[in-house]
Design a protein. Structure first.
Length: 479
């Protein structure tokens, strides 16, 4: 029997019923729906709308349903459209007509808005822990290779040498911002819509503050129309997931290149690789590739949700049923991606020698040489031109800057029309000084500012990240 069917004489067309049902998706929020129902029953009792006996029977029935949902033994009836009607019908089977009192002062509109916020709260906690675990994997890899250098690139061209640890900590920064976005979205979802009814508010003296407190919300929503139709928190959460997936995709892209034998920077563990059905030599970074591919799906879910919302007048519209597939899949995809990428990163085998050799290719220490010249009193633009000539000379000789003879540095300075450069060329030992500055270690050490790649700065940043992650992971696991 349809729980809303009093005014309808005929049966629903099966095509319409199949098209509108959602229980295969929204059964995901069954436990949250039961939590909301428990709080609502207590609110009805406070308002004098159910007796103490009825309250006890309703609560006992809901606890029985909870146990069945947790055990996976509750059968979902597709004829009952959604999770809400299924649970109410199942409750009636167990405790009889008193189950009909449960929906007093409540609509599926404020019910699902409450359920989704409860689901998001617990899901966001799980995502936060997964983000921390991913940070832990990155920091762990950095700690195992604190002095490994690799070529930092801009425009996908060799730029300056950086420490691998510095590179990995950049992703930790991204993930920390992702955590902040999820927390920010969760804070705006921390209001209870329960008691808003279908659109105008409940027609009974329900204590919405008390119900919100029962459910662990900071308070009730302020406007019944907004409460039932608001899905900003869904959009914000999917947006946070999409951007987090973009960050993982960027790392996945680098891993796929780094693991190519032509680079040879890293080797993937067999546990996080696949082979080819035809080519016996292949070892493919499939998990990283799938993270990269599934990022597009999550971005699409954000676009789809925004598109659903853009044309909706106040208040609730059935279009909003489409929010749940997008939200559930986006967060599930992110959580799974974080898990597999954390495992992949934690098991990477780094070839420090290959990385360091590549770090010197493309004359990546040229900026450090220019900076060394500037520190001796020469204007930067002049130094830039001097080092440009040195790069051209190194290319002509097919060698690196730090392999040039001292005389080449002196000659490049002396050939410049700037008197400051020609004066520096006369300084004793300047050639040897600049040749040392052209080495990878000297170039790394020269970037000695907060947030720079100098080993001392990176060591401080790495230690701070480790201390924070260990503390916050312990807190998350205790919670």
């Amino acid at each position: 029997m349809r729980l809303w069917g009093g005014r309808f004489a005929g049966e629903s067309d099966e095509r319409m019923a199949a098209f509108t049902r959602s229980v295969d998706v929204d059964s995901e929020i069954a436990l949250d729906d039961i939590d909301g129902s428990v709080a609502h029953v207590r609110g009805l009792r406070r308002a004098g709308l159910v007796s103490a006996d009825d309250e006890a029977r309703l609560l006992a029935g809901l606890q029985e349903l909870r146990a069945e949902v947790e055990a996976g033994t509750l059968t979902w009836d597709p004829a009952l459209e959604d999770v809400h009607l299924n649970l109410e019908a199942a409750l009636a089977e167990r405790i009889g007509p008193v189950a009909g009192r449960l929906h007093t002062g409540r609509s599926r509109n404020d019910q699902v808005a409450t359920d989704l916020r409860l689901w998001l709260r617990r899901s966001t906690r799980a995502i936060d822990t997964a983000l921390l675990a991913m940070e832990d994997a990155l920091v762990g890899l950095a700690e195992r290779h604190p002095r490994a250098a690799l070529p930092g690139t801009t425009h996908i061209q060799p730029a300056q040498p950086v420490l691998l640890a510095h590179h990995l900590l950049a992703y930790v920064e991204m993930l920390e911002r992702d955590r902040g976005r999820f927390a920010d979205a969760a804070s705006r979802a921390d209001r209870s819509p329960l008691g808003s009814g279908a659109i105008a508010g409940a027609g009974y003296p329900l204590d919405r503050d008390a119900t919100a407190q029962d459910l662990g919300f900071a308070g009730p929503t302020a406007n019944s129309m907004d409460a039932t139709s608001d899905r900003d928190f869904v959009v914000e959460s999917i947006a946070a997931a999409a951007l987090a997936m973009v960050h993982l995709s960027r790392l996945a892209e680098e891993v796929t290149w780094w693991s190519n034998p032509r680079f040879g920077f890293v080797r993937l563990a067999d546990a996080f690789s696949t082979g080819s059905s035809m080519m016996p030599n292949k070892k493919n970074p499939d998990p990283a590739e799938l993270v990269r591919g599934r990022t597009g799906r999550v971005i699409g879910e954000l676009a789809a949700t925004l598109t659903v919302l853009k044309g909706l007048p106040l208040a609730y519209q059935r279009d909003l049923q489409e929010d749940k597939p997008a939200l559930f899949d986006a967060l599930a995809t992110l959580r799974a991606s974080l898990g597999v990428m954390a495992g992949l990163v934690a098991s990477l085998d780094v070839d420090e020698q290959r990385m360091r050799a590549a770090a010197g290719e493309g004359h990546t220490t040229a900026t450090a040489v220019a900076d060394a010249i500037v520190r001796r009193g020469v204007p930067f633009r002049t130094a830039h031109h001097v080092v440009g000539r040195l790069v051209a000379e190194a290319e002509r000789r097919a060698t690196s800057l730090d392999a040039l003879p001292d005389a080449a540095f002196v000659g490049a300075l002396g050939a410049d029309p700037d008197p400051a450069a020609t004066a520096l060329a006369l300084e004793p030992g300047i050639g040897a000084e600049l040749r040392v500055a052209a080495g990878i270690d000297a170039a790394l050490a020269s970037c000695d500012v907060v947030g720079g790649t100098a080993p001392g700065r990176v060591a401080i940043a790495l230690a701070a990240a480790r201390e924070r992650i260990d503390r916050e992971l312990a807190t998350a696991l205790d919670g």
